[in-house]
Write a protein that binds this ligand. Structure first.
Ligand code: AMP
Length: 191
C-alpha cells in the first residue's frame, strides 16, 4: 500500500489538492482536522476536548489523532493507499506513524510538501474564513498561533523526511490548476 503525507503550513492547499489526488490515484484521504471537526459537530466527548484546543489554534494530543488514524487504517483494508493530510504534525507523531506502519509491514511512500510563505498563509486563511466559517480561521491571533505551532512543532519534520529521502517539495504559490499539476507530477513519480 502507498502511504503519502500531504505536508505544509495551514492554508497551503492540502485539503484542496487532496480531493483530486484521492480520485486520480485511488487513495483514501484522511484529514485529521476534518475528523476532529466531525467529532465536534457530533458533540462527542473527544470532540468537546478537542474543540477547546482547536479554537485556540493549539494542537490536540498526539494520542487522540493517532487513535483516529489507526482506526481509519484498520477500517479500510481494500484501498490502494492513504493520503494523510494534517498528520503527522509533530516529531512524536512521525515516530509513532513509523511504528504503526512497521507493524503493518509498510512504510511512508513519500511526503508531498506544499510550500507557501507566511504572508500568503494569513491571506489564504482569511479568505477561507469567509467561505468555510471555521472557528480557528476567525481571528488574527489564532492564525498567528497556528503559524507559530507550525514552525515550532511541524517544520522540524522536513529535515527528518529529507534525511530519509522521502521529502518532495512543491511550490504552493500559483493557480489551483498549476499547483495541482506539480502535485500530480510529484505523486506520479512515486507510483
Ligand atoms: P487542519 O484542518 O489540518 O488545519 O486542522 C485543524 C486543527 O485540528 C489544528 O489546528 C489542530 O488544532 C487540530 N489538528 C489537526 N491535525 C492534528 C494533528 N495531527 N495533531 C494535533 N492536532 C491536530
Amino acid at each position: 500500500m502507498k502511504y503519502f503525507i500531504l505536508f505544509g503550513p495551514p492554508g497551503a492547499g492540502k485539503g484542496t489538492h487532496a480531493a483530486p489526488l484521492e480520485k486520480e490515484f485511488n487513495l483514501l484521504h484522511i484529514s485529521t482536522g476534518e475528523l476532529l471537526r466531525k467529532e465536534i459537530a457530533a458533540g462527542t466527548e473527544l470532540g468537546k476536548q478537542a474543540a477547546a484546543l482547536i479554537e485556540k489554534g493549539d494542537l490536540v494530543p498526539d494520542a487522540v489523532v493517532e487513535g483516529m488514524i489507526a482506526n481509519t487504517f484498520a477500517a479500510n483494508p481494500d484501498v490502494k493507499g492513504f493520503l494523510l493530510d494534517g498528520f503527522p504534525r509533530t516529531v512524536q507523531q512521525a515516530m509513532d506513524l513509523d511504528e504503526m506502519l512497521e507493524s503493518r509491514d509498510e512504510r511512508v511512500t513519500g511526503v508531498i510538501s506544499l510550500m507557501i510563505p507566511d504572508e500568503e498563509i494569513k491571506t489564504r486563511i482569511q479568505g477561507r474564513a469567509q467561505i468555510e466559517g471555521r472557528a480557528d480561521d476567525a481571528s488574527d491571533e489564532i492564525i498567528a498561533n497556528r503559524i507559530r505551532n507550525y514552525h515550532a512543532k511541524t517544520e522540524p519534520l522536513i529535515e527528518i523526511y529529507k534525511e530519509k529521502g522521502l521529502y518532495f517539495e512543491v511550490d504552493g504559490v500559483g493557480s489551483i490548476d498549476e499547483v495541482q499539476d506539480r502535485v500530480f507530477a510529484a505523486v506520479n513519480k512515486l507510483f
